[in-house]
Design a protein around this ligand. Structure first.
Ligand SMILES: Nc1ncnc2c1ncn2[C@@H]1O[C@H](COP(=O)(O)OP(=O)(O)OP(=O)(O)O)[C@@H](O)[C@H]1O
Ligand SMILES: Nc1nc2c(ncn2[C@@H]2O[C@H](COP(=O)(O)O)[C@@H](O)[C@H]2O)c(=O)[nH]1
Length: 214
């Protein structure tokens, strides 16, 4: 069991709702922010068997591996969570997550509902955030305008969108990503509120330990 010195945020959504863009914007904003505190914020880089999209860099966007390598890693227990999504494997490295959280660094996971459920089972204190699109039409137009997936891939992702969204109630927060900057501000509020909560909890524990050991 990991001791949660950092916060673990899980961001899930149907494909194209905007979670990667929101995390990226949050990290950029956070890097410049005066509110940056002890504890940094990082996004976890998953392993996947999906082919890289144009511009995607191995080790930066994903660790790209083949199915045999992924299955070997499953056998070794290397994943904190893993799932098959849209016909490919995706997984989060156990050692990376545990090392990062144990240093007090906050971590964002951009994962599907199956992975989110596995994380919550292991770490009930992880904070689940579900992103909804304002409509299915907008979701489709975001996948189209991203311009990185074939029409066939987009159709299959749209077909799975309702299934993904049906799990919204397994999450602690649900945000509708209509206007980007409004959603980003809401996400930032969640992050700051949770950091505050964890800091207060650590402080209370330290006070208690000091009293008990006096
Ligand atoms: N609020 C928004 N308004 C308009 N466009 C948006 C908004 N949020 C995200 N987008 C755009 O929608 C597209 C999909 O966003 P993004 O890639 O972040 O989705 P995602 O949820 O991470 O998808 P996936 O699960 O497939 O990785 C991108 O082109 C992004 O710029
Ligand atoms: N369970 C996990 N799901 C993951 C992980 N990394 C990404 N994902 C999810 O897969 C889909 C598709 O991603 P894409 O990059 O191919 O568009 C999306 O919902 C991601 O959130 C993971 O490590 N575990």
């Amino acid at each position: 069991m990991v001791q949660l010195l950092g916060n673990l945020f899980i961001l899930s959504a149907p494909s194209g709702a905007g979670k990667s863009s929101l995390i990226k914007a949050l990290l950029t904003k956070h890097a410049d922010s005066v509110q940056r505190r002890n504890g940094d914020l990082q996004v976890s880089v998953s392993h996947t068997t999906r082919d890289p999209r144009p511009g995607e860099v191995d080790g930066e966007h994903y660790h790209f591996v083949d199915r045999a390598e992924f299955e070997r890693l499953i056998e070794q227990g290397a994943f904190f969570e893993w799932a098959e999504v849209f016909g490919n494997y995706y997984g989060t490295s156990r050692v990376t997550i545990e090392n990062t959280l144990s240093k007090g660094i906050d971590v964002f996971l951009d994962i599907d509902w199956q992975g989110a459920r596995q994380v919550k089972q292991q770490l009930p204190d992880a904070i689940g955030i579900f992103i909804l699109p304002p409509s299915l039409e907008v979701l489709k137009s975001r996948l189209d305008s991203r311009g990185q997936d074939s029409a066939e891939v987009i159709a299959s992702r749209m077909q799975k969108a309702k299934d993904e969204m049906s799990h919204y109630d397994e999450f602690d927060y649900v945000l509708v990503n209509d206007d980007f900057s409004t959603t980003l501000a809401a996400l930032e509020s969640v992050v700051f509120a949770q950091r505050e909560r964890l800091d207060n909890q650590k402080q209370r524990n330290n006070t208690l330990i000091a009293e008990l050991l006096a």
